[in-house]
Structure formats: structure tokens, C-alpha cells
Design a protein around this ligand. Structure first.
Ligand code: ASP
Ligand code: MG
Length: 459
């Protein structure tokens, strides 16, 4: 928070600024776990978690505000206690009901962000930067999909013009909670895990920002996961489309929905490391003079491959696909990869493991008759797989690239289970056995010389 305040105070002298904050590390997990404990009636654990929540924020408040002034320290403590007791009230409600109503969950888990914004705003004020904590639910208007809401941009623009613009013009920095919003009639929502990035991009779009800076704990968007590959490089520039593909296919640096609101207005995004603010980071833009070839490789291991096949020609493959996709859409299940190629009309798709139960339930209920009458073979699930994705706009129209990628993987003696490349040629998705995923990632990174290329472009 101190580092954040330093960056804010420096920038605030140059131009109007709005700040979006996330909860402190692991706080959202703690809040969610507390509500789960409350649902099953585990009062003792709920108490323990509440104490932990209070202790962590009291400690943060002490360390930040004790040296500033007695009054701001007292004000910080008051806010921490108020917000923790607000969470306690909802947790008690869940204990009593034995149920977690989605809107109450959303209201409760945004308290992590509200604690952060209160503390940071007090600290900014105490160090001479006028600031005001703003609840995201007052400015971001969303639909009513609790837990994974989408913004309504026009209504959000109006709210922001009323609530944020005057603050910014008067030299006060709004410190807005990320992650949360509310429906037009005021029911609290959240934007999905990791959604603070998305909050920031929504606000950047409606405020017509010149730039959006996203501060994380890594140097920017990398050519691969540094835990898997030793010679990774930070990409100096990527396009919105590349960044979105990378996020969608497992790179943790950005929430996948972050870039959508910015595309139309071409607002550039910087992904930077708050622990090394002087490093350049990665700039995400709509278009630049892209080098040829791949730019990065990502992987995902928490996935499951679902395969389906008609048992005979009575049921057409196309109809089966339609029914399956319809079921998945109804269940709100995201499909990571979808492929179909055979005369037998079989097809398979990849989903996140945490969506698997939901996906199967939806498929089995939508296709119960076909399954019961034997028109459809039993649905097969393989959880022992991983997804590797090679991404780059420069791969478009480049003969031989897919061949090189597959050869590199086969040289490692890794078998490819399924492949998908859309006609945009932006991403090649490759499904392999889980235990060979990391090897395949290293092989592709080396074959495409990603570490080298990126290093060259940084200089
Ligand atoms: N605190 C929320 C989460 O953990 C939002 C975020 O971190 O961006 O999902
Ligand atoms: Mg976070």
C-alpha cells in the first residue's frame, strides 16, 4: 500500500487519476471460506476466520497509519471494525439460514476490497494526497449474474460522471473498490474472481482514460510461465487480442475479460510490477508492427476433456453438437477448446475442472433421452490432460509454424491428443497428457526461440 501510495502521489501531480484496489492477498479466499463454513453451521471456524480477518487488517492499519497521525489511525481502525462487523452480520445470516444466497455472497466478499480502499484512502490523506474511498457498487452498474456479472456501460458511465469525475477534477483521488458492482436497482454483484482488473478497465473506458496501468507482482506479460521455463522474457508489447488469448489460456497476469471494454477506444494498458516500478512492463495496444511467428506459450492443467459420439446414424452429429452446446450454454460453462473431425461425428471439448460437474449435469439432463435410448454413447471424461496454447498474431499466414511446433513436441516423445486452431490463426491449442505438459511447453518455447525474440525486442 505504501508503494501504491507513492506511485499515486507521483502520478497525481501530473494528471487526474482514479485508483482501483483489490483485496489484500488471500483475503477473498478467506471470506469465501468463511461463508462456506457458515453454511454448514461451523460456528467455531467462522469465529476463527473473523478473528483472522480483523487481525490482518488491524495489523495493516497499525503499520500504515500509526506513524501518520492519531486521528487517521483512529479513523482507519473505526473503518476496519465497521467493515469486519458488516461481514460478520452477513456470515451470521448465512449461519442462521444454512444457505448462501448469491447476492449476499457478493455483498460479503467485496468487503475485502472495501477494507483495502478504506486503508489506502486514509493513508493517502494522511500523507498529503487528497483521496476518497468509493464503493464500486456505487459506480459500476451490472446485470444480475451474481458471482460473474457483466457491466452495463452506459449506466456505469452516468454514475461515474456523477460520482468520480467531480472528485478527480477537484484534485481528489477516488480509491474505488475493484471486483464489485451492483444492479441498477442496487443489488450487490461481483465480476468474477480476479475481477479487479476488469473493474479498472470498465472505469478506464467510461472515464475516457488516456491509459490504464495494472500493477501486479510480475514484470509484465511473459513468453511463458517462469516456473516452467528458465529463459522466459517479458514481452515489451502485445496486442489486445494476444493478451486476451494468453489470459484465457491460463496466463495469470490479467483477468480474461479485462481488455474488452478498452478495444473500441484504443486505450492502451500497461502491465507492470509494483515491486519493481521502474521496469518498463508490457504495453497492450490494439495494433503494432508485430514480429512474425509466435509470441508466447501458456498452459493450463486444471482442465478436463469431454468426448461425445453418436451410437448410430439415427442421431446426426450436428444435432448432437447443437444439443451439447446448448446444454453447456445453459449451465454457463466456458468451452476452452472444441474439436470435431471424424466421419463418426465424434467431438470433444475442454472445460475447466471446476466446471466439469456442472457441464456433465447439464449434458446428461439435456440429452437424457438420447442416452437412455442408446443413440448416444456414454459421455467420456479424461481428467488426465493439460492444454498448451501457442499465441501470436504474427503466426497468421505463416506456413510451417504448426509443423515446427508439432515436431518439437513429438521430439520430446509427447503424444498430442487433440488440436485446435481457429481461422483467426491467433492461437493453436494442443491437448496432451498432464504429465507431459511442462515438457511440451519447454519444447515449444525453445523451438520458437521465444525467450530470444522477446529479449531482442526489449532492447
Ligand atoms: N479480490 C478478488 C479476487 O481475489 C478480485 C481480484 O483480486 O481482482 O478474486
Ligand atoms: Mg487479486
Amino acid at each position: 500500500m505504501r508503494v501504491a501510495a507513492e506511485i499515486i502521489s507521483e502520478q497525481q501531480r501530473r494528471r487526474p487519476l482514479a485508483v482501483v484496489v483489490s483485496a489484500m492477498s488471500k483475503v477473498t479466499d478467506l471470506l469465501l471460506e468463511t461463508l462456506r463454513k457458515a453454511e454448514v453451521g461451523d460456528r467455531a471456524d467462522v469465529e476463527l476466520n473473523l478473528e483472522m480477518l480483523l487481525a490482518r487488517h488491524v495489523q495493516a492499519c497499525d503499520e500504515l497509519l500509526r506513524e501518520t497521525s492519531a486521528s487517521s489511525h483512529a479513523a482507519g481502525m473505526r473503518d476496519v471494525e465497521l467493515l469486519v462487523s458488516e461481514f460478520r452480520r452477513i456470515a451470521n445470516g448465512v449461519l442462521m439460514l444454512g444457505e448462501r444466497p448469491p447476492r449476499s455472497v457478493d455483498e460479503a466478499i467485496a468487503i475485502g476490497e472495501r477494507l483495502s480502499s478504506a486503508l489506502l484512502a486514509h493513508y493517502l490523506n494522511a500523507t498529503g494526497v487528497p483521496a476518497e474511498a468509493v464503493n464500486g457498487s456505487d459506480v459500476i452498474v451490472t446485470d444480475a449474474v451474481f458471482g460473474n456479472a457483466s457491466p452495463q456501460m452506459e449506466a456505469t458511465r452516468e454514475r461515474c460522471a456523477e460520482r468520480l469525475t467531480p472528485l478527480m477534477h477537484s484534485g481528489t483521488v477516488p480509491v474505488v473498490t475493484g471486483f464489485n458492482g451492483a444492479t441498477a436497482d442496487g443489488r450487490p454483484t461481483t465480476l468474477g474472481r480476479g475481477g479487479s482488473d476488469f473493474s479498472a478497465s470498465i472505469l478506464a473506458a467510461v472515464l475516457d482514460a488516456e491509459e490504464l496501468w495494472i500493477w501486479t507482482d510480475v514484470d509484465g506479460i511473459m513468453t511463458a510461465d517462469p516456473r516452467l521455463v528458465s529463459d522466459v522474457a517479458v514481452l515489451d508489447e502485445v496486442t489486445y487480442a494476444e493478451a486476451a488469448e494468453l489470459a484465457y489460456n491460463g496466463a495469470k497476469v490479467l483477468h480474461p475479460r479485462t481488455l474488452a471494454p478498452l478495444v473500441e477506444k484504443h486505450i492502451p494498458v500497461w502491465s507492470k510490477n509494483s515491486f519493481a516500478p521502474h521496469k518498463p512492463g508490457t504495453k497492450i495496444v490494439s495494433h503494432f508492427d508485430e514480429p512474425k511467428g509466435a509470441r508466447a506459450v501458456t498452459s493450463m492443467s486444471n482442465v478436463a476433456l469431454v468426448s461425445m459420439e453418436p451410437a448410430n446414424s439415427v442421431l446426426s452429429g450436428t444435432r448432437l453438437m447443437a444439443r451439447a452446446l446448448d446444454a453447456l450454454a445453459l449451465g454457463n460453462v466456458e468451452i476452452l477448446v472444441f474439436t470435431s473431425s471424424s466421419y463418426r461425428q465424434s467431438f470433444c471439448f475442454l472445460v475447466r475442472k471446476h466446471d466439469l460437474a456442472l457441464a456433465l449435469e447439464a449434458l446428461e439432463s439435456n440429452l437424457s433421452i438420447e442416452l437412455a435410448h442408446g443413440y448416444l454413447k456414454p459421455i467420456e471424461v479424461d481428467e488426465n490432460v493439460g492444454l498448451l496454447a501457442v499465441v501470436g498474431e504474427g503466426m497468421r499466414g505463416m506456413p510451417g509454424l504448426a509443423g515446427r511446433v508439432f515436431t518439437a513436441i513429438s521430439r520430446e516423445n509427447v503424444n498430442i491428443i487433440a488440436i485446435a486452431q481457429g481461422s483467426s490463426e491467433l492461437t493453436i491449442g494442443i491437448i496432451v497428457r498432464l504429465d507431459s505438459l511442462d515438457r511440451a511447453v519447454r519444447a515449444v518455447h525453445a523451438e520458437c526461440e521465444l525467450g530470444k525474440l522477446a529479449a531482442a525486442s526489449v532492447q
